[in-house]
Design a protein. Structure first.
Length: 308
């Protein structure tokens, strides 16, 4: 068995962040080039990812399957909001806007968590947080083109869904901390993956799903989405977390939006203008400021937004 050093763990966390960053580009290819719909990607990527995760945990962490029946209703609501609704919003936001817009709007969630923590959990509003919050707000406006009213009208649904992913991710972060008091991160991830499926299937329409007819290439990309950013990245991150502090790992995970944008530009030639680049930079700076502000605080950290 290979011994994982701290340096290896940092590298693994960075690799997991890059793998999470592939989600947007892979989704864009599956939808635009291979003919899948955003809803089909959401359902079938979640299904494939769940099956793979169950197999992995059945082999390496059987205890992850143990959960109290009394917690299942709360886990179901949790999975519906932060799993099913998040996934539908995420893939449709990518379809309606762009990878860069969707991934960076998602990464406004640390600022939302900070605001919620101040008002709901009584945390202090520090100077760093006070600087980071407006940076996030301004950055999101620049990325989404909210300064251009005509552009806003054209993309209002996509931008709204992108912002919802950030809200759902913030809820995931805050609510998962409660579950993590009782259960391991593997258990929380497993039951979120399993319990999000019924809501996904019902919302998308099970009869429409039964009539799904996709090319082999489309199915391949959907499987890759469920496997790579959906499962492999999570497993690598969990292995890394066994050897480094969660707060430091969360800072490294800030690579994800950068990787997501760079991959979209290189692989699918996604165009971004100077104003959007400035907005991306502001959001990334704000994310790093908030995470460094939390680095010495004792807390349970959920390292990534919900599975995608």
């Amino acid at each position: 068995m290979v011994k994982i050093t701290k340096n290896m763990a940092y590298g693994m966390m960075a690799a997991a962040a890059v793998l999470w960053g592939t989600s947007g580009t892979l989704t864009k290819i599956a939808i635009d080039d291979k003919g899948a719909t955003a809803n089909e990607v959401a359902v079938f990527a979640a299904l494939s990812g769940t099956i793979v995760l169950m197999v992995i945990l059945a082999v390496f962490d059987k205890k992850a399957f143990r959960v109290s029946a009394r917690d299942l209703p709360a886990l179901l609501v949790f999975a519906t909001i932060t799993g099913a609704l998040f996934s539908l919003a995420w893939y449709n936001a990518i379809d309606l806007t762009s990878v860069a817009t969707a991934v960076v709007l998602l990464y406004t969630y640390p600022s939302m968590v900070t605001i919620a923590s101040v008002f709901l959990l009584g945390e202090k509003m520090t100077a760093i947080k006070a600087i980071a919050l407006p940076l996030t707000f301004i950055g999101a406006i620049l990325i989404a083109g909210a300064y251009d009213l005509d552009n806003m009208r054209l993309n209002i649904w996509g931008i709204g869904l992108g912002l919802f992913t950030a809200v759902a991710a913030a809820v995931y972060y805050l609510w998962a901390k409660k579950f993590m008091v009782k259960y391991s991160s593997n258990t929380v991830a497993l039951y979120m993956s399993i319990l999000m499926l019924p809501a996904l299937i019902i919302i998308v329409n099970p009869f429409a799903l039964m009539e799904t007819s996709l090319s082999t290439d489309a199915w391949l990309y959907i499987l890759i989405i469920g496997l790579v950013p959906g499962t492999i990245a999570f497993v690598i991150a969990m292995m890394a977390l066994g050897h480094i502090q969660a707060s430091k790992a969360s800072i490294i995970a800030g690579i994800e939006p950068v990787a997501g944008v760079i991959l979209a530009v290189i692989i699918i030639n996604e165009a971004i203008n100077g104003i959007q680049i400035a907005g991306i930079a502001l959001v990334i700076v704000a994310v790093l400021l908030i995470r460094f502000a939390h680095k010495d605080e004792p807390e349970t950290v959920i390292e990534s937004p919900p599975s995608r």
